[in-house]
Design a protein around this ligand. Structure first.
Ligand code: NAD
Ligand code: ZN
Length: 341
């Protein structure tokens, strides 16, 4: 089968032929239809410090996918050949305290497909049946291929009650834009999204009913005033990993405000803790998706009018993967989807 492989410990990915994976009794074999390129895949392409210490070589990359089941392990029940699906790319252990309590997404032994284990940028993927998420007919393969990052957005946005709240999203990358759309969908009052990249802000305005703010040109305090908010935002969703964005968020929040942090800073980043203490702010770190509650909620919202399709800005056949990665690396794209058909 064709597979997009980190074949050498240097910059790039290579299209190679690999054997179709053999499945175990509890696995399924999935024929891949579409895949999404993630920021993580760019780190792996670039072979930065994180990738070099994390990713074994050779490895089939990729973790955002939609496809169909073509083979079932002998113990697998409740799934069928030909069924369309996506799936959770975090492979978890079942013995930790967290897993045994049903908090699967907090299992410390989690391993990621396309990062630690063979991934989804291939014609076929082996996946534990446990990880499969069937796709209803009304969810397209394109959307199926971006459920992983949409799940990050949903997990973060649903961290706090947003009904009637004023919400600040920092970072209008694909995940920030989808989180803003989710905040709007679940009933937030004002939703403001910040960035420093005009292309990303324009995309945010097209995809979601939100107020884009370029923090290089506008002060958040003026935005707060223009919306006639009394003190500031009730909830912050940090989606940039940028130190300045987090500082601005803390400033722009009400007393007792709540922050969900998804963005990953590049290294240690200093925080003004006394400001957080005196504002009595609650901070929650967010990792991955809740398995499988986030999947359940996001599919239900997609069936109930949540539309994030505009966040996909580029589609390529996988033979043109270099163009797809170039679009992602430009920093101005939304999601880039590769077609394996
Ligand atoms: P992205 O890099 O595409 O988007 C980040 C955006 O932040 C960019 O558009 C950038 O211009 C913007 N930005 C930079 N400085 C800013 C500032 N001062 N104010 C506001 N915006 C600023 O990332 P993405 O793919 O959308 O992912 C969002 C973040 O979530 C990333 O940091 C990513 O590493 C992280 N992430 C975390 C998890 C997790 O499980 N915790 C999972 C996936 C992604
Ligand atoms: Zn991803």
């Amino acid at each position: 089968m064709k597979a997009l492989v980190k074949a050498k410990p240097e910059e790039g990915l290579w299209m190679e032929h690999h054997p179709v994976p053999e499945i175990g009794p509890d696995d399924v074999l999935i024929r891949i239809h579409k895949t999404g390129i993630c920021g993580t895949d760019i780190h792996i392409w670039n072979w930065d410090e994180w990738a070099a210490k994390t990713v074994p070589v050779p490895l089939i990359t990729g973790h955002e996918f939609a496809g169909e089941i073509v083979e079932l392990g002998k113990n697998v029940e409740g799934l069928t050949i030909g069924q369309r699906c996506s799936g959770e790319g975090h492979l978890i252990g079942k013995t930790s305290r967290q897993s045994r309590a049903g908090k699967f997404h907090l299992d410390p032994a989690t391993r990621g497909i396309g990062v630690n284990e063979q991934g989804a940028f291939a014609e076929y993927l082996r996946l534990p049946a446990f990880n499969v998420v069937p796709l209803p007919d009304e969810i397209s393969d394109d959307i199926g291929a971006i459920l992983d990052p949409l799940g990050n957005a949903v997990h973060t946005a649903l961290s706090f009650d947003l009904v009637g709240e004023d919400v600040l999203v920092t970072g209008a990358g694909p995940i920030g834009i989808m989180a803003a759309a989710v905040a709007r969908h679940v009933g937030a009052r004002h939703v403001v999204i910040t960035d420093v990249n005009p292309d990303r802000l324009a995309l945010a305005g097209r995809v979601a009913d939100v107020r884009p703010v370029n923090v290089l040109e506008e002060e958040l305090s003026d935005v707060i005033e223009s919306f006639k908010m009394k003190q500031g935002f009730d909830v912050g969703l940090e989606m940039s990993g940028n130190q300045a964005a987090l500082d601005q968020m803390v400033e722009a929040l009400v007393m007792g405000g709540r922050i969900a942090l998804l963005g990953i800073p590049p290294g240690k980043s200093p925080v003004d803790w006394s400001r957080i203490v005196f504002k009595a702010i609650t901070i929650k770190g967010v990792y991955g998706r809740e398995i499988f509650e986030t999947w359940y909620k996001m599919i239900a919202m997609l069936q109930n009018g949540l539309d994030v399709s505009g966040v996909i800005t580029h589609r390529f056949h996988v033979d043109d993967f270099r163009e797809g990665f170039a679009a992602m690396k430009s920093g101005s794209s939304g999601k880039v989807v590769l077609d394996w058909g």
